[in-house]
Write a protein that binds this ligand. Structure first.
Ligand code: SAM
Length: 268
């Protein structure tokens, strides 16, 4: 297949990729046939998937608004993906015009896109790094500059830690990030849950095993443990639509069908 000019050299176009599959679910155009094919298979298995992704994105928006309203003006968005709809700097700046954002993703396509979109934006930067090599990530100049002022930073790990396997110890990786954060900082996290649709979890994980980013869904308890050292704000770790909905009716009758759980914790 011919490589479109927005695709960085060295990108494997023959294998589906989580960032581009997610872009397809959200209705974006930065994906290839392999990605669409995988997304269609996943949707066949789990018709609510596009809605789940939108629900996740809506959680991200509400959580960034929550952080900005509390006075947080610095954001570290890890596993930021392809910022097609409502990027973090846009959401945050509607409340705090001076907000700064560092976007981090391991995927070269997501990074190349984010750079294109943000090249004229002095308040944001894009880093290609892998959260599994957390020391490297936290020592990048863009990240150390964001933290250096000692002002609170909201770290976003939204729909990313389920791409880290148990053997890679996601809890420990988060603890390393936590220990670098100034007081008053926040952790914004969402994660695929094993309990929302237990009947479909295994099939879904099997599909992602074919990709360079296998999926590990986890229990509510395992996900809550990721907030160690943070104080969870109300309503705690809940299904995506239940986290501070804009209107009570937005939760819907079956929030568990959105399968992801989410929470926000603050560093005392
Ligand atoms: N955070 C965005 C959101 O919730 O809308 C995008 C989520 S998307 C489902 C997951 C993103 O995490 C992809 O862009 C993928 O490339 C990235 N990712 C997966 N594993 C990663 C890792 N180990 N380090 C950094 N990014 C990773």
């Amino acid at each position: 297949m011919r490589r479109p000019n927005w695709v960085p050299e060295g990108t494997d176009l023959d294998k589906p990729n989580a960032a581009r599959v997610y872009d397809y679910y959200l209705g974006g155009s930065h994906n290839f046939e392999v990605d669409r094919e995988m997304a269609r298979k996943a949707i066949e298995l789990w018709p609510e998937l596009p809605q789940i992704m939108r629900s996740n994105r809506a959680f991200l928006r509400r959580a960034v608004q929550f952080a900005a309203e509390r006075g947080i003006g610095r954001f570290l968005d890890i596993g930021s993906g392809i910022p097609s709809f409502g990027a973090v700097h846009e959401i945050a700046r509607a409340i705090r015009p001076e907000a700064q954002v560092v976007y981090v993703d391991r995927d070269p396509v997501a990074v190349a896109h984010s750079r294109l979109l943000l090249e004229d934006d002095p308040g944001s930067s894009v880093v290609q790094a892998d959260v599994r090599d957390v020391e490297d990530l936290m020592s990048r100049p863009e990240v150390t500059a964001l933290l250096a002022a000692g002002e609170p930073v909201a770290v976003l790990l939204v729909a990313v830690m389920h791409f880290v396997q148990d053997a890679e110890d996601p809890w420990k990786l988060i603890a390393v990030i936590r220990d670098a954060l100034p007081p008053g900082s926040a952790l914004v996290l969402s994660h695929a849950s094993l309990e929302g649709r237990p009947d479909q979890a295994e099939d879904h994980q099997r599909l992602y095993r074919r990709t360079p980013t296998p999926l590990t869904m986890r229990t509510h308890e395992q996900i809550t443990a990721m907030f160690e050292g943070f104080e969870l704000v109300e309503p705690g770790v809940v299904y995506l639509p239940q986290w501070r909905p804009d209107q009570p009716e937005a939760v819907g009758e079956h929030p568990e069908r959105m399968t992801g759980v989410a929470g926000v914790g603050l560093r005392p």
